[in-house]
Ligand binder design. Sequence first.
Ligand code: NI
Length: 229
Amino acid sequence: MLVCIPEVLPKSEVAEFRRLMDAAEWEDGRSTAGAQSAMVKRNEQLPPDGELSRALGRRIVSALTSNPKFVSAAVPLQIFPPLFNRYAASSGHHFGIHVDNAVRGDHLTGLRIRTDLSITLFLAEPDEYDGGELVIEDTYGSHEVKLPAGDAVLYPSTSLHMVTPVTRGARVASFFWLQSMIRDAQARSMIYDLDTAIQALVERLGRDDPETVKLTGIYHNLIRYWAEV
Ligand code: NI
């Protein structure tokens, strides 16, 4: 399941992120890659343990955890501290096809998570660069994603994916992973569909409609049945 989350960050905050990031020192993106992905990864990253990455990352996590669509789709248990990357046309940056590491540890916080979902939060507008599409392969074929600055996409970490070469300008983004309370992707997808349907019924019939109350109960009981906390 691939879910786009619009306006995670307002444009004014994206502009502030970009100002701070433009003034920072960047490093080779291979520092956080696994053995296979290091062979196909060509980009730059903000130092993951640096104060700037951590400070901006906290703002992203706080925006996401108060975003109802994100919480509904991800049912997050632990969110990895966000990382930041840049693909510049002048350096021929791209990231070939790969699967993200199954487990990620953060040495600053000691956090260790199973990567159930990968997230890309776009920090450059689509008209700032050519290429740089995030291409995600799933059982229904391959999907190209390129969203407005401030929007995020959530996709299964089990999927093969790549970033196509940037041929003009620069693609700037934040990327990270999370462990969901619901490990099984199909169960998580049904939870999301059920929640979306309930929210639509609440709009139409109100929160105290008896059948809506019953469905809300089923939603919580399914979470209770499936959740690992
Ligand atoms: Ni990846």
